[in-house]
Design a protein around this ligand. Structure first.
Ligand SMILES: [Zn+2]
Length: 67
């Protein structure tokens, strides 16, 4: 039986953030591993981007099939 941590990781990896500055995409798991709530879909969060180095808005998208 999978642990609770693995379950949270799988869910966090399904949340994709897209940088509004350079278009770089990564999962929410990569920036901290804390789950978004379903209500976060379509919203934007302000985080740092490892690709362009800027701290800017990232679009939040739910992609459960992406692993
Ligand atoms: Zn970027």
């Amino acid at each position: 039986m999978p642990g609770r941590a693995a379950e949270i990781e799988a869910e966090s990896r399904s949340w994709i953030l897209t940088c509004s500055s350079c278009g770089h995409q990564r999962s929410y798991w990569e920036i901290g591993g804390v789950r978004f709530k379903a209500a976060s879909a379509g919203k934007k969060v302000r985080v740092g981007c490892p690709a362009c180095g800027r701290k800017g808005m990232h679009a939040v998208e739910w992609r459960p099939s992406e692993r």
